[in-house]
Design a protein. Structure first.
Length: 336
């Protein structure tokens, strides 16, 4: 008998947390697990096969689509369509929301939003990348083809959210609103094993993650926060450390484990911030709040923002509560 608790067992075990659970969300999470294994396999041999680099096309963001971006998008979309719980998806790699046509899907209860491979420009240089997903119950009537409104729900209505980090090890981290749980993939067994139950981010930290190359056009409050981090030595006598990988999932995961803050404010190139509200900020915000941290756009709680567009961008500050409070104080000080 081993003490391994697999992701599949854990999902079913936690299903009892929802008295009316019919197992559909469990099955949906199972399809994400399957797609994650498939994408993980391809990423791990990216250097060996002709699947790295650009396809010579751009997505709606105007960003060069990497071959693995499209591969990951196709695999997650196929896995979600193959079962009967999802009526449609929205993706960074899809200009419009995709409503599934099979009858069983059209009557399905959930929609999924995703960034199938965030940070993919890092693959060619072997830096960790990730998949981010966000799950809602549909609000459109069953069978309705018009599901656009289903995707523009505020983040506090997510029923689940999570990410896969394809790093030195591959992990799947998710929440269904009952804590944040991390599972490490064991390729020899082909299963995700529970490795981090009830993840909690330290209330404070000394890691700040921001692309200081954009400094000149940061809001004044952000400039003041960076200067604060550079000059102030916290009581534990450990000075602040700048750690920025250029891959949201990797920076977020490290800060979740160690304490820290990730900041992507408005910049010259991205006046509304670079990160997308629906399939990057909202899922990460649900995770961080479930882990005891905070996520804001500098003015409002991310999960309270009412989306207006599928690919809208927002400024994003996420991490340890005390650190997010601090940068918010600098931002509001300037506003007064
Ligand atoms: P920059 C990747 O493109 C991404 O969306 C995040 O994963 C990452 O944190 C950020 O953009 C990096 O952006 O402008 O610093 O290169």
């Amino acid at each position: 008998m081993t003490d391994i608790r697999t992701l599949g067992e854990f999902i079913v075990e936690k299903q009892s947390d929802f008295p009316h659970a019919s197992g559909e969300l469990s099955s949906l999470l199972g399809s994400i697990k399957l797609a994650a294994k498939i994408v993980n396999r391809e990423i791990n041999k990216a250097g060996l096969a002709d699947i790295t680099g650009s396809v010579g096309a751009e997505n709606i963001q105007g960003e060069e689509q990497q071959k693995l971006d499209l591969y990951a998008n196709d695999k997650f979309k196929a896995a979600l369509e193959a079962r009967d719980q999802v009526c449609g998806i929205a993706s960074e790699e899809e200009d419009l929301a995709v409503s599934f046509k099979r009858q069983l899907n059209r009557d399905a209860k959930y929609v999924v939003l995703m960034d199938p491979l965030d940070g993919s420009s890092n693959i060619d240089v072997n830096v960790s990348v990730g998949t981010i997903f966000s799950i809602y119950r549909r609000i459109s009537p069953v069978g309705s083809p018009a599901i656009d409104a289903d995707f523009l729900q505020p983040g506090h209505r997510q029923v689940a959210a999570g990410y896969v980090i394809y790093g030195s090890s591959t992990m799947l981290v998710y929440t269904t609103g009952n804590g944040v749980h991390g599972f490490t993939y064991d390729p020899s067994l082909g299963v995700f094993c529970l490795s981090h139950e009830n993840m909690q981010i330290p209330v404070d930290g000394n890691i700040y993650s921001i692309n200081e190359g954009n400094y000149i056009r940061f809001p004044l409050g952000v400039k003041k926060y960076i200067k604060y981090c550079q000059e102030y030595v916290p009581q534990d006598n450990r000075p602040y450390t700048s750690r920025y990988i250029g891959s949201l999932v990797a920076d977020f995961h490290r800060n979740l484990l160690k304490g820290g803050i990730y900041l992507y404010p408005s910049t010259a190139n991205y006046p509304n911030g670079k990160l997308r509200l629906l399939y990057e900020c909202n899922p990460m915000a649900l995770l961080i709040e479930q882990a005891g941290g905070r996520a804001t756009d500098g003015q409002q709680r991310i999960l309270d923002l009412v989306p207006t567009e599928l690919h809208q961008r927002v400024p994003f500050f996420v991490g340890s509560t005390n650190m997010v409070n601090k940068v918010e104080a600098f931002l509001h000080e300037i506003d007064e």
